[in-house]
Every structure is written in C-alpha cells, then in structure tokens.
Design a protein around this ligand. Structure first.
Ligand SMILES: *Cc1c(COP(=O)(O)O)cnc(C)c1O
Length: 501
C-alpha cells in the first residue's frame, strides 16, 4: 500500500509533547519543573526588577535566537526566567498598589491548571458535559447572592468590558424589539437606533463609551451624568439629562449604574436609579466589575441594595474574588434575554436538537470556543469559602480607610475622597508651590521614578484636569505599615524632584 504521509512526519510524533496517555510522566515532569520556576518567581525581592524597557527590548533577541533548534524544558524555563519571570510584575507584592490586579488564591490556580490541561471548551454540551453544569452552578450561586429572581441567568465572560458590551447590546436590542418591533439581530441597523441614548455617571468605566462605539452607536450615544462630592451619580441630574435628551428628540433606553467606580470605588445610588429606570420603562444595567463581589461582605451589603432590581449585572471575579485572569460574569434577570445573542449552527447546536437536559452555553455567549473559567471559582468557593473572601474584601476596605485617616491631615497631601471601597486618590503637594502644572509634573515624576526603580507601583489618574496618585488595595495581607512605607517613599522621591529640577 502506498502511504501519503512522509516518514519524517511520523517520526516527529515520537516527541512526547501531546497531553495524552503516552506523555503522562513527561506531563508530571514538565509541570513540576515549571512549578519550581514559578516558586522562584516568589523570591523576587521587589515588585519589579526595575530593568529598563530598552534592556528588555534587547533581550527580545532571545525569543528567536534558535529558530531551527528546539529547547529542552530546562533551557526553555531558563530562558523564560531571564526574559519574563525575572521582570514580571508581582501583584502579590505589598508595594504593588497600582491597578485592579489582585493576588490570586492557590485553589484558583489549581482550578486553572486543571482547566488548561483537560482543555474543556464550555461551548456545547458535547464538548463540556459536567463542566457546563459547574459553570451554571457558579452562575446560580452569584445570581442568588445578588438576590436576582429565579428567572435570572448568566454566563462567564472574558472580563468587565465584555460583560458591559453584552449589557448594552441586549438593552438596545430589547428596546428596539419591545417598542418598535425591530429585530436588529436579524435585520441589522435601523435609523431610529441613532437616537437611542445610554446614561451613566461621569465616573463610569470607559468601556461603556467604547462599547457604544463598537455597537455602531458612537461615544455620543452615552450621556455622562454629573456626580456629587462623593463621586456618586446625582439622581436629579440623571432625570434632567433624560428629560433633556427626550426634548431634543432622542430616546433614552438604558441607565448604567456603577457599583464601585474604578478610580474612587464609589457606588451610585442603585435603589433610586432603579426607580427612575422603572419610571421611564428603560433598562437598568449595574457595572459591578469592581464592587460586585462586595455582596459577600457585611460592610457593603447596604450600598449594593437595589442591585437585585437590575436587568443585567457585570461582575469581575478576577478583580475582587482573587481569581487569575480571566474570570468574569454577565448576569441578566431573565434568561430569555439571551435570545438577542443566541445563534444556532448546524454543526454545533442545531435548534431542532435543543434539549434542556444537555444545554449548550454557546447560546448565551458572544464567544464560541470558551475556557472553563468557572472551575477556578469552584475550587475557591470549596476550599477558601465565601465567608473568608468577604473578610478579605472587608480587610482591604479598612486598609484604605486607615490610609485615608493617616494622610488626611498631612500637609504634603491633598486627599480627593474618603474611600468607599479600597482605593485612595490623592496628590502630593510640594510646600510653597502654587502652580497646578508643577504639582502635576511632580506627581507623575513620583509615579514614574518609583516604578522604574522597582520600589513601588502606584497608579495615576486625573480629576478636574489635575493629576493625582492612586492606591488600589486588593491585598488583604498588606498592613498599614506597608502602605505608610510607600507614602514615605513618595515623600522621599518628591524631595529628589525638588533638588534635581
Ligand atoms: C475594570 C473595570 C471594567 C473592565 O473590566 P475588565 O475585566 O478589565 O474588562 C469595567 N467596569 C469597571 C467599573 C471596572 O473597574
């Protein structure tokens, strides 16, 4: 018999690189060796090596140094140590207080390793079986924490940005269907849609505008509503904005309330907003990417009240449930709303073969192939438990409050707000300096100098056009002493600016 496959292709198959029964011992060996390198990453002293970007760019040659030669596991790990692990940012480090990156929990890492190895795709029942049930169970759990009705449902997403996208898309298509009998999914754009308007606070996440643009509606379809001195949406301003849009012939279709703004951790008044949404008969989406998980705490139950009235909710487990990226969910109060994104493909989930005992989650997602991200949450809930997670979140909130009280009366600092969650926005004020521009420059200098030296990572943001520093606290093991140490570094760095410039 004449075979088409060349013999060199067959001999390459002897390499034990596939996850299969023949590679069982190689799998264990590789994973154990990799784990040793990752453990060594934990020995890195600073949150960052401080290696200059120029030096990192020059190391890039390592990536393609041996195009014809494959590496052993040891050599590959050694290279990636030099190229990446030695310079990766440690989110667990007490001096990392920049963005919404949390230290991750070990049970979640175990879940992620299993999910990556087995490589289940939670897309159709025939690719996932019980993984689908586990994802649905995690969704049921969070829906019940949010006190959503029995009809509610949800799906895991890649992050808050995608969850907000789904919220806006479903709000729009539902409005078009309900009020104009338009089927946008089927027939596409209709001119009336150019008049549709979303409302959110002027402190809402940028993904609201970005998603409106991706939906073809443009940034201007999002009307920013002014906030009070606690950075919360003002309900009177919301009503005025809605009325104003109506008067100019536009059509309000949804309000986005933020439960935990990215910069200030502020919560919009959800109960009042939900009533306004009901009055105008429009969609109420809650962006709880940052603050949603605080539903597990005693401290924040009251500020989340009203979220149970939401038509849809965004929640990010990779921010405030100590999960590795990605782990996030989109929830909706009525599972039927998923019809605006569902599609039936002959080769995957033919409509005529629908069977509620073997669901296809693809019908709820805007993705097709999708990771089994719910597994890490399952391990976390089983091994760490929701009560402890709640305490971790309370801890970082109190840390932010302690820091606030510690620097509030320090004449070197101007604090922008009292923390409602776990961020603190403030700026360094050099003595005797009046000019805001100079203050802006000094604060940016502080941030950049601390980062480049590998000493500390602090974020910056703007308020009323002025530059501020921001601490985002997500490490429950940090202490107030750790934070005051960074404050000391900030003062020290600021003093070098004055002498150097
Ligand atoms: C971080 C954040 C998002 C975006 O979430 P990703 O997971 O980064 O896509 C949306 N909304 C708020 C309030 C956030 O803080």
């Amino acid at each position: 018999m004449l075979l088409d496959t060349p013999t060199n292709l067959i001999s390459d198959l002897k390499i034990n690189h596939f996850f299969d029964p023949q590679s069982k011992f190689t799998y264990e060996e590789y994973i154990q060796k990799a784990i040793q390198y990752v453990s060594k990453f934990l020995d890195n002293e600073n949150f960052y090596s401080g290696e200059s970007s120029g030096n990192l760019v020059s190391k890039k040659s390592l990536i393609s140094a041996h195009p014809n030669e494959v590496l052993s596991i040891e050599d590959a790990l050694n290279e990636i140590k030099e190229l990446y692990l030695d310079h990766a940012i440690s989110f667990h480090h007490p001096n990392y207080v920049a963005h919404l990156n949390c230290p991750v929990l070990l049970p979640a890492i175990v879940g992620d390793l299993i999910a990556s190895s087995v490589n289940t795709a939670v897309e159709t029942w025939d690719q996932s079986t019980s993984a689908t049930l586990i994802e649905q169970e995690m969704i049921r759990w969070i829906c019940s924490q949010m006190k959503l009705p029995e009809t509610s449902d949800g799906v895991f997403t890649s992050g808050g940005t995608q969850s907000n996208f789904m919220g806006l898309l479903i709000a729009r298509d539902h409005y078009a269907f309900k009020h104009y009998a338009l089927n946008l999914k089927e027939n596409g754009w209709s001119d009336i849609v150019s008049k549709f308007r979303f409302f959110c606070s002027d402190k809402a996440h940028f993904s609201i505008k970005k998603n409106a643009a991706l939906l073809g509606m443009g940034y201007n379809a999002v009307i920013p509503v002014s906030t009070d001195d606690k950075m919360k949406m003002q309900p009177e301003a919301l009503v005025q904005a809605i009325e104003k849009e109506k008067q100019s012939g536009n059509i309000p279709i949804a309000i986005v309330g933020t439960a935990g703004t990215t910069d200030f951790g502020s919560f919009d008044p959800l109960i009042t907003i939900s009533k306004i949404a009901k009055e105008y008969d429009i969609w109420f989406h809650v962006d709880g990417a940052y603050g949603g998980c605080y539903v597990l705490t005693e401290t924040h139950k009251n500020v989340l009240a009203g979220i149970e009235q939401a038509d849809s909710i965004t929640i990010d487990f990779h921010k405030t449930m100590f999960q590795p990226v990605c782990s996030s969910a989109f929830l909706t109060r009525d599972t039927n709303h998923f019809r605006y994104v569902s599609h039936y493909a002959d080769y995957l989930n033919p409509k005529e073969q629908r069977d509620s005992s073997s669901p296809n989650l693809i019908e709820k997602s805007i993705q097709t192939t999708r990771r089994f991200d719910a597994l890490k949450l399952w391990f976390t809930l089983k091994m760490t438990g929701e009560k402890t997670i709640g305490h971790f979140l309370e801890k970082v909130h109190y840390l932010a409050l302690d820091l606030y009280h510690s620097i509030k009366y320090d004449t070197n600092f101007e604090v922008a707000h009292k923390p409602e969650l776990s961020t603190l926005v403030f700026r360094y004020k050099a003595e005797g300096v009046e000019s805001d521009t100079i203050h802006d420059t000094i604060n940016l200098y502080i941030k950049n100098t601390l980062f480049k030296s590998g000493q500390a990572s602090v974020a910056s943001t703007k308020m009323n056009g002025k530059t501020y520093l921001k601490f985002t606290l997500l490490n429950p093991k940090s202490t107030i002493e750790d934070l005051l140490n960074i404050i000391q570094m900030i003062k020290q760095t600021a003093s070098t600016y004055t002498t150097n410039n």
